[in-house]
Design a protein around this ligand. Structure first.
Ligand code: SF4
Ligand code: MG
Length: 338
């Protein structure tokens, strides 16, 4: 299974008046078609920034990118704005938390979905409208042939989110990036949207990157999980491996508040004491060390002096100085509590 999206040692650094913010600092992952990768982390962990870079939507003036982003074998970091423009909405697409910000208030829902379709296919207005109706039907909008002429403000929040999904999928993209698309919605609508994404993925074989701070959402939708902290991946693996057998103290902390894998969908991030690291002056050694309950278990003060390396074997990896045996012992209480 060749990865459709392949990211290698990605760095996204912003220049600010106070210095360089290393928002993403050496991130690698692969994603195959038809699979969903859940990226989880607190805000400021670099998850959204990573995906804006994939889409080429970062602020070019203040951002330095390094590494490799391969989409179906094509290097995106060196792609021109025009090439990216052609890929966006067509081969790769995105949905965000705030549908209102992504939809124009001045044009009908149908016109906006149709416009994206026309831009990439050269279809006529009539064809585009028919396609918009069809897409609205597929995402579960009732009376799509009537609602197609509504403006965004005439739609409820859940319907707008569906319309945004319709717009994102109108050209059958092979990669869909979903950045907290259900965070603003109530639990029932959230569950419906997730089911819809799963259905559409089955139908189209889309590769999905799903960004969230909510492990309940990850448990529901992801095949694989990548846990980000301070601009780096601290743990990755299949959903089962990461949620049932976390290997990194940060993941363990995130899981702390989750009642069970099959609990309610709307589980907030567990409050881990302390706050996310500054990416202007990241902590020395392991970026998690100021908040880690286990650092005194590691010999030689390595947690504060040496950045742990993420070693990945068969898609499974963790960046922590604790030895596997130590983790088994230290995390055992947690395992029985679950
Ligand atoms: Fe904690 Fe040290 Fe592991 Fe970092 S490397 S997570 S500080 S034990
Ligand atoms: Mg974000």
């Amino acid at each position: 299974n060749n990865p459709f999206l392949s990211i290698r040692d990605l760095k996204v650094h912003f220049s600010t008046e106070d210095g360089v913010v290393k928002a993403v600092d050496g991130l690698s992952f692969d994603l195959a078609k038809g699979r969903t990768l859940g990226i989880v982390g607190e805000s400021g962990s670099g998850k959204s920034v990573t995906n804006l870079a994939v889409l080429g939507l970062h602020d070019r003036e203040h951002t330095a990118l390094d590494g490799e982003i391969l989409l179906d074998g094509k290097e995106l970091l060196t792609a021109t704005e025009r090439e990216l423009e052609r890929l966006r909405g067509n081969k790769m697409s995105m949905i965000f938390q705030d549908a209102l910000a992504s939809l124009s208030p001045y044009h009908t829902i149908g016109a906006q979905i149709g416009e994206t379709y026309r831009k990439h296919t050269g279809a006529s207005r009539r064809e585009a409208r028919a396609r918009a109706v069809d897409m609205l039907r597929r995402v579960g909008i009732p009376m799509p042939d009537v609602r197609v002429d509504d403006y965004p403000h005439q739609f409820s929040g859940g319907m707008r989110q569906r319309a945004m999904i319709a717009m994102a999928l109108v050209c059958d993209p092979e990669l869909l990036i979903a950045d907290e698309p259900t965070t603003a919605l109530d639990v029932t609508v959230q569950a419906q949207i997730m089911d819809l994404l799963k259905e559409l993925q089955q139908e189209f074989g889309t590769a999905i990157v799903f960004i969230t701070h909510d492990l309940g959402v990850i448990a529901d939708i992801a095949d694989d999980v990548l846990v980000m902290y301070g601009g780096r991946c601290v743990e990755q693996g299949s959903k089962k491996e990461v949620l049932r057998d976390p290997q990194h103290p940060y993941t363990l902390g995130l899981l702390g508040s989750m009642p069970s894998l099959h609990g309610p969908v709307d589980v907030p991030l567990s409050p881990i004491p302390g706050s996310p690291p500054s990416l202007l002056n990241p902590p020395s050694g392991c970026r998690f060390h100021p908040r880690c309950a286990f650092m005194e278990k590691v010999d030689g003060g390595r947690c504060t002096s040496l950045q742990p390396v993420l070693e990945v074997v068969d898609g499974r990896g963790t960046a922590c100085h604790l030895a596997p045996g130590q983790r088994r012992e230290l995390f055992a209480d947690f395992a029985t509590a679950r």
